[in-house]
Design a protein around this ligand. Structure first.
Ligand code: BDP
Length: 677
């Protein structure tokens, strides 16, 4: 007879949603064993409850006092008497040490948060955590801030809907102008996030509209309720605030960051936030960007703006995450002297050293806007005296909107490993260690969380790479497959799923905008091809194709001078037509269609070849999935198949539009004589 689960399960698993990378079966190795948890406090309770729930299912046991028996798994604070030599302070606020000795698996941490991460690590390891002897190994997060931002609106926006750039249904937090009643969903989300290493969440859109602005004041209770549910999983809540809040909410005539009344208003308001949410993380601010208010209106700098909020937050230990995504979105496309790629650096680099310690500048990984392929933003190397967080986009705005399979960690890993100062210099991950890794979440209230069930892998891997940026994304993918399909036959699925997903970012790149030029998407919603969609608009996103050639000249010699924003060696590499990596050629150079790439192909032939190849690969991906019918849950299989049908259709559309466009512009036929419409 199964034990009565009601006595044990204090954290109900969601019944209406996919368990993602935490199916019950993933807990079997822990659930069959005798576990001791030597720690107190909220997060230690979570650890115990997680183990208890697993034991209730599989027959193991969990105790909170040593003595009177033997244990297979011990999770203990470093101050407790524990079976390995880990001195207090060695693990840090969230880290843990893991060992397997004399038949006992031991997790030691300085704080209960470390035990929670340690438990989830043991779950990841599965049976192998209980097998051979393991010397002590340390696991510490690369950065203290591993955050997911939600572009969620409380009031559905007339154009953007409930979730801006959301492709997974409605918001997890909000519905129709108010908080959602079912916080169980938020709890399940918190659990998934903790299990991949995320410890911070922003609960509202960076574009703070009227209703959302009130979350800071009279609707603060709604945020506090969410914080209460996230807290047991070690996740701190953050709020996007409107720079003009002192006017809109405080009745002041100005939001000037140097005005004494404005500063007092922010200080008092922030005090109230901490009274309601003592472990509140901080503010996120999008200012002077795409219509949001900001310090420019008062002739002040972004350092003035950020510092005002940093000062209000400092007494409480909070941070302001100030976004560097500032550019002119109303530029004159006929005037070729402006270059949107330059904007963040031009605005912010001169301010280096002028930000408070608790002001974090949040920089998009590329200089443009989350394109499929961009160089690393030169901002990341431009502000050595400022804490920088690097922002990624898990939601697939420009990468197939969760209708296309596109495993993004392959890209993120390149970004994180990039060394702006050359081979011997620090990497992007090293820089981000000081401020954090942030990403726009792809989760919503869809039963599979992410619309496309395979897009869960992006969310999972973001957390894993934020914790350990050097992890191999292909290995993380296998880890995700093993956990997610633990209930079925992960060994059978691993090969085909790996083949479908691991190279999918490059496949997507092949059939969309070529050689780093970016965009070519339909304006507004950004799905599907429209080569000239943004070409004659004020958004600063151009490819400059004409009958002779294509690409944006960003050189110092003849272009916008953007290459000069990079330190050596990259400024020279990107400046040089010979040295510039092919995949970024059209980002940095305007070249004739006959320009020869490093692989010997011409630009025009490369465009044809990659577009045929990419669309073909999409079809092969679908074939692989067809063969898995019967190996996964039928509803999940159907959901993915429906998305793959759309991906194949859309990839064909991309191929035909891009190829036809460049054939007509250039007049150069395909060397292999394939059909171009
Ligand atoms: C762009 C999105 C827009 C966001 C903006 C941002 O299209 O919806 O508001 O980024 O990051 O990619 O603020």
């Amino acid at each position: 007879m199964l034990p009565d689960r009601r006595n044990f399960v204090t954290i109900p698993a969601p019944t209406d949603v996919h368990a993602a990378w935490l199916p019950e079966e993933a807990f079997r190795p822990v659930g069959t064993r005798r576990t001791l948890v030597l720690a107190d406090g909220l997060l230690a309770e979570t650890v115990r409850a997680e183990v208890a729930a697993a034991c209730a299912r599989y027959g193991g046991s969990v105790r909170q006092q040593a003595g009177g028996g033997e244990f297979d798994l011990v999770l203990a604070l470093s101050t407790a008497e524990q079976p390995v030599e880990v001195a207090p302070g060695e693990c840090g606020a969230e880290g843990f040490a893991l060992a397997h000795r004399d038949g006992v698996t031991v997790v030691v941490a300085d704080e209960p948060a470390g035990l929670l991460y340690g438990l989830f690590h043991v779950v990841r390891l599965g049976e192998s955590a209980f097998g051979a002897e393991r010397p002590v190994e340390w696991h510490r997060p690369a950065t203290p801030r591993r955050m997911l931002g939600h572009w969620d609106n409380v009031d559905p926006h007339p154009v953007m809907g409930q979730v801006e750039r959301g492709y997974a249904g409605g918001s997890i937090f909000w519905r129709d102008g108010g908080p959602r009643g079912d916080l169980a969903r938020v709890r399940a989300y918190a659990r998934l996030l903790a299990a991949c290493g995320v410890n911070a969440v922003g609960v509202n859109n960076v574009n703070v509209h009227a209703t959302e602005a009130h979350l800071l004041t009279d609707r603060l209770g709604d945020v506090a309720a969410i914080a209460d549910v996230l807290r047991p999983y070690g996740i701190a809540v953050h709020l996007s605030v409107n720079f003009a809040a002192p006017i809109a909410l405080g009745g002041l005539p100005t939001a000037d960051p140097l005005d004494a009344d404005v500063r007092t208003w922010w200080a008092r308001t922030t005090e109230q936030v901490y009274a309601a949410i003592p472990d509140f993380g901080g503010y996120v601010v999008k200012a002077d960007s795409e219509g949001q208010p900001g310090p420019f209106a008062y002739g002040r700098t972004h350092a003035d703006g950020a510092n005002m909020l940093a000062d209000a937050l400092a007494p409480h230990g909070g941070v302001v995450c100030w976004r560097a995504f500032v550019y002119n979105h109303r530029q004159d496309w006929r005037d070729r002297s402006t270059d949107r790629a330059r904007a963040a650096y031009d605005h912010f680099a001169p301010l280096d050293g002028r930000f408070r310690d608790n002001a974090i500048l949040q920089v998009k990984h590329g200089p443009m806007d989350f394109q499929t392929r961009e160089p690393v933003s030169p901002m990341i190397a431009a502000m050595p005296s400022t804490a920088l967080a690097v922002e990624l986009q898990v939601t697939q705005e420009y990468t197939g909107q969760q209708r296309h399979v596109c495993y993004l960690p392959a890209m993120w890993s390149e970004v994180l490993g990039f060394r702006p100062w050359g081979r011997d210099g620090r990497s992007v991950a090293d820089v981000a260690a000081g401020g954090g890794l942030v990403a726009v979440s792809n989760a919503g209230d869809d039963p599979y969380w992410t619309g496309h069930p395979l897009a869960q892998a992006n969310l999972y891997a973001f957390g894993r790479l934020a914790w350990a940026p050097r992890l191999d994304p292909a290995a993380v993918l296998d880890e995700w497959i093993g956990l997610t399909f633990a209930a079925g036959d992960p060994e059978r699925l691993r090969g085909p799923l790996h083949a479908m997903m691991d190279g999918s970012w490059r496949t997507y790149e092949r059939y969309t905008a070529p050689l780093g030029v970016g965009f070519m998407v339909r304006p507004g919603h950004h799905y599907g091809p429209d080569v000239d969609g943004y070409e004659y608009t004020p958004w600063g996103t151009y490819h400059f194709a004409d009958r002779d050639g294509v690409g944006v000249d960003r050189t110092r010699a003849s272009g916008t001078g953007f290459t000069g924003q990079y330190p050596e060696p990259w400024s020279e590499v990107y400046e040089s037509l010979e040295e510039c990596p092919d995949e970024l050629l059209l980002f940095f150079h305007h070249v004739p269609y006959g320009h020869v790439l490093h692989d010997g192909s011409t630009v025009i032939q490369h465009i044809y070849d990659t577009h045929f190849q990419g669309a073909e690969e999409a079809e092969q991906t679908r074939l692989l999935w067809e063969k898995l019918a019967g190996a996964v849950d039928p509803a999940l299989h159907a959901r993915v198949r429906e998305r793959l049908d759309e991906q194949v259709r859309c990839a064909g559309e991309w191929r035909d539009q891009v190829n036809a466009y460049f054939f007509r512009k250039s007049g150069v036929p395909d060397a292999r004589g394939r059909r171009i419409p």
